[in-house]
Design a protein. Structure first.
Length: 449
């Protein structure tokens, strides 16, 4: 491909259009201390030297065995069967791309159709799309769906117990849009929202309410009550959930959600130091025209044979830009395939077993920690596989000591809110075992006593 740089005339035209005298004037808004006056590149390396250098960087990463890992907060150490990665590496799957020509992509389309069916069943919803980038963008896309369907109201109520990173992404998504994001304060204690907080904010101007279930701190919110308050005001309820939890708990659909989202990393994907992950989005049928991305349907051809088609593509590359629901350009095809394989292999009983073990391990851990003088379980109400403990000293100090002993000891909530500097968010999954939990509790006791 030939690279055609802009001519001097092109540059002058662009600068005149944006009202700047020079390119330097455009970048004045960027703080000088983070600008590079020239490319700061390392010296040229041979392939062997580059491999050695990158390996040295990779070895700086600290890996903790699954049974010694108690960190969750949105990404969880679940077991992915070997068959998931083995099947994923098949050439026809690993090299497949987004089905722009659906008539020659029947295999890819069938996988997406099966994925949609499994997600819809898991969430208790009528439809699901072909996936999104991750859990954070799924919440943001769901918000735009709800506002578009509301046809008037522009206020969105955001729960104080929503994953704060999701909230940040949502704020970025909504920049430049005429939306009124009302962020509720996180509870000062108990780590669960009071329904009265929603009741005082939800009104006829509200397009949507966003809650997390279980919430960021692990507590199981009263979704059914929040759904009732939301629907009485004529608004939509968006529930961000955890797929493993809803294998055991009531689904968002059963509790009254209009749109359900989730981070799909826990469904057979690897943590991989942060991605790529997988966004799940499911909804009631009435939102189908506002759904972003793709929707695959099953049909029959002129000979009565089963076939799969891209039933809906509401993205700007396929329809008029002003009619597009989103600028999401693709689905996480490979990650969605991995999750489809994972869910198919485990089945409903297997997924429920993973859920039960994750729940049981968390409650065993909480019981052991409560035996330690100075440690308190701070969640009010039921929690699933994640909970908060209060400590008699800074959580950062405890985490550093635990790391020295070979444990990933959870998330320091002081990084989220300074008032929780002595609080740790802990999580367990099915890969934790009683021996690892007992050792962890012993180590916590040693550190604080």
């Amino acid at each position: 491909m030939v690279f055609n740089p802009h001519t001097d005339t092109d540059r002058r035209t662009m600068l005149e259009t944006v009202g700047a005298a020079s390119v330097a004037e455009i970048v004045d808004a960027i703080p000088a201390d983070v600008r590079y006056p020239k490319l700061d590149l390392p010296p040229v390396l041979t392939e062997m030297e580059a491999e050695r250098y990158l390996s040295e960087i990779a070895h700086r990463n600290t890996l903790f065995p699954g049974e010694r890992n108690f960190l969750g907060a949105g990404s969880y150490r679940h077991y992915s069967p070997a068959s998931v990665s083995q099947l994923l590496l098949r050439g026809e799957i690993f090299t497949a791309y987004t089905p722009y020509q659906p008539e020659v992509s029947q295999g890819t389309l069938q996988i997406i159709y099966e994925f949609q069916s499994l997600v819809a069943e898991l969430m208790g919803m009528e439809i699901a799309n072909a996936s999104l980038y991750d859990g954070a963008t799924a919440v943001s896309e769901a918000t735009l769906m709800a506002v578009s369907a509301a046809k008037g109201p522009r206020k969105v109520i955001v729960s104080g117990t929503l994953n704060p990173r999701y909230g940040q992404v949502l704020q970025t998504y909504c920049l430049g849009l005429d939306l009124d994001l009302v962020q509720l304060e996180p509870p000062s204690s108990g780590f669960v929202m009071d329904s009265a907080e929603f009741a005082s904010k939800v009104d006829s101007d509200t397009a949507a309410v966003i809650v997390q279930y279980p919430n960021f701190y692990g507590t199981i919110e009263d979704i059914a009550n929040i759904a009732q308050l939301t629907h009485e005001a004529g608004a939509a309820l968006i529930v961000a959930t955890y797929p493993v939890a809803v294998s055991l708990l009531k689904s968002p659909g059963e509790l009254g959600a209009d749109i359900a989202t989730a981070e799909g990393q826990s469904l057979g994907l690897w943590q991989s130091f942060g991605g790529p992950y997988l966004g799940l989005l499911a909804a009631s049928q009435r939102y189908v025209r506002q759904m972003p991305g793709r929707l695959v349907g099953m049909t029959t051809d002129s000979q009565g044979k089963r076939g799969y088609v891209l039933t809906l593509q509401t993205r700007e590359q396929h329809i008029r830009r002003d009619k597009a629901t989103s600028n999401i350009c693709t689905n996480q095809g490979l990650m969605a395939t991995a999750s489809t394989i994972h869910m198919s292999l485990l089945g409903a009983e297997g997924m429920e077993e993973v859920s039960r073990r994750s729940y049981a391990n968390a409650h065993y851990l909480s019981a052991e920690l409560q035996k330690i003088t100075g440690v308190k379980i701070l969640n009010e109400g039921e929690f699933f596989n994640e909970f908060v403990i209060g400590l008699p000293l800074p959580a950062s100090t405890v985490l550093a000591e635990l790391s020295e002993s070979g444990f990933q000891g959870g998330l320091d909530l002081g990084e989220i809110d300074s008032q929780f500097a002595n609080c740790l968010l802990l999580a367990t999954t099915e890969v934790n075992d009683r021996k690892g939990i007992d050792l962890f509790a012993e180590e916590v006791a040693r550190i604080i006593q």
